[in-house]
Design a protein around this ligand. Structure first.
Ligand code: NAD
Length: 485
């Protein structure tokens, strides 16, 4: 079936209408939806509520029910969620591209697949024991209770899937406040995950949301006494807003990942990896490489490899025109800047066409050679417009990388076979994620080792979040007994 904007708009409408019919009216029908009163859990358990207070009440009772279930049931719930994700991969990708107008369908299929498969589950929670002359002490991981999670437009479903698996594995229920421009596909995701949880014997409304998410409903999560932990995934504005809350906050903020290539790098591989990484989902992923800092002696050879792999290099005047178009607020030292939202996540050929340049439709990135102070280097564009800067040597490239990353401490990449320079960059970037000789997304567990996460908490330091991140540590000490030796 051909996917058109109209067909997907219809699908989103259908999802919201069906949710409205089955849940919202049912919920409202139960009486009060704001303030105190009975929770509007209409027995459907599909998680979408007319107002945020109703969602929080339902999530609270879901959490209490979960605490009465076994870990075995929790494990089955997570397995059912993973299966449901795999069944919905194509639909999720279509809905997200059409509703948000950003990204690439095939990359979204992969992102959701990875979120469903590689997010750690219940097995991530490890109990620890201490045994000594004075007895035995047990340390276990306990849930916070109800988590309030703010999710972005750029990875709307991946973040919900990955948060949901990790937070439920940890024993929490979740109230999501998705980005308004992704509310349909977010509600759809929450709905099918709740159905999967119910099919595995889990409580209703483990995952809740509000039909019309807004900044005000997000703010209500920040202040509501029944929210035990806040997890925010988004840009600088939402991180600043959440950090004002008196609650514990896990904040996953913006990045501007530099990619340094030195004269020892395997340029054939670097060219392939960089186009694949910078072009991934049209560069809207926070960890995607955002600027290439190449040692001058290999810059021309690297550019030739980039072009072989789908980059199209723009002339100086074309770079000027594109910069005017895509930068709303120019980033510079000490100032993060902002892109023109109209072009975030758009295909490279559409951005080129907007300045009167025709490039092949399958162009993955628009390559722009600029100097080190250029706004394209210092702004997180989130689109396939990628600056390349010639640097005198590896140390100069690393120094520029540290500066233009703005101290976000998020993600950085280096292509090099020089272990001294690789080690230096790893140390001085001081990032949550540092990828050597691969695409940045390889660091999220696909094409690289390890688990995945779509909430990378650099400002608050948790790094790639996982089930354990969403738990409290609790200790129980039995004095003088229970050693077996
Ligand atoms: P955004 O900041 O516009 O929105 C993110 C979420 O925050 C949305 O739900 C939005 O409604 C909400 N929000 C925004 N301002 C708010 C405020 N003042 N108060 C309460 N809620 C508010 O971001 P986006 O465009 O959806 O996503 C892209 C940004 O997110 C980029 O900066 C990217 O680097 C970052 N991001 C980071 C990670 C990570 O793991 N670190 C993951 C994805 C995206």
């Amino acid at each position: 079936m051909e996917i058109t904007e109209a067909s997907v708009r219809e699908l989103v409408e259908q999802v919201l209408t069906s949710l409205d019919g089955k849940i919202l009216r049912g919920a409202t029908g139960l009486g009060s939806t704001s303030g105190g009163g009975a929770g509007p859990v209409a027995g459907t358990g599909r998680g979408v509520f007319p107002d945020i207070d109703a969602a929080i009440r339902a999530a609270r009772s879901a959490h209490e029910e979960l605490m009465a279930r076994t870990l075995e049931t929790r494990t089955h719930m997570v397995a059912a969620m993973r299966q449901a994700v795999q069944k919905n991969l194509e639909r999720l990708a279509d809905l997200a591209v059409q509703e948000t107008g950003m990204g690439r369908r095939q990359d979204k299929v992969l992102k959701n697949k990875v979120a469903g498969e590689l997010t750690p589950g219940v097995e991530d929670l490890r109990a620890v024991t201490f045994s000594g002359d004075h007895g035995l002490t047990l340390v276990e991981r306990a849930p916070y209770g109800v988590v309030g999670s703010i999710t972005p437009s750029t990875n709307p479903t991946e973040t919900i899937i990955s948060n949901a698996i990790g937070m439920i594995s940890a024993g929490n229920s979740v109230v999501f406040n998705p980005h308004p421009s992704a509310k349909g596909v977010s509600a759809f995701t929450i709905d099918f995950l709740n159905q999967a949880i119910a099919s595995a014997g889990g409580p209703a409304n483990m995952l809740c949301t509000v039909a019309e998410p807004t900044i005000q409903s997000a703010q209500r999560l920040f202040d509501h006494p029944e929210i035990d932990l806040l997890v925010v995934t988004g840009g600088p504005g939402v991180v600043r807003a959440a950090m004002k809350s008196t609650k514990k906050v896990i904040a996953a903020g913006p990045g501007n990942p530099p990619c340094v290539v030195d004269e020892t790098a395997n340029l054939v591989k670097a060219g392939r990896d960089i186009v694949s990484g910078t072009g991934f989902d049209n560069n809207i992923v926070c960890i995607d490489e955002k600027e290439i800092l190449a040692v001058a002696s290999i810059a021309d050879r690297l550019k030739a490899e980039l072009v072989k792999n789908g980059a199209c290099e723009l002339s100086r005047s074309q770079v000027d025109a594109v910069t005017k178009l895509v930068i709303a607020d120019a980033g510079k030292p000490g100032h993060e800047g902002a892109p023109n939202k109209e072009f975030v996540g758009k295909d490279a050929y559409l951005i080129a066409r907007a300045v009167g340049v025709d490039v092949p439709r399958d162009t993955r990135i628009l390559l722009c050679e600029v100097d080190g102070q250029h706004p394209l280097v210092w702004t997180e564009q989130l689109m396939p417009v990628i600056p390349l800067v010639r640097c005198n040597d590896a140390d100069a490239a690393i120094d520029l990388a540290v500066a233009c990353e703005h101290g976000f401490r998020h993600t950085a990449v280096m292509h090099s076979l020089n272990i001294e320079k690789l080690s230096r960059m790893a140390k001085v970037m001081n990032c949550s994620l540092f990828v050597k000789n691969g695409s940045a997304y390889n660091g999220l567990g696909f094409g690289g080792a390890g688990f995945t996460s779509w909430t990378i908490a650099s400002p608050t330091g948790e790094g790639l979040t996982r089930a354990t991140t969403f738990t409290r540590e609790r200790r129980c000490a039995l004095i003088d007994y229970f050693r077996i030796v």
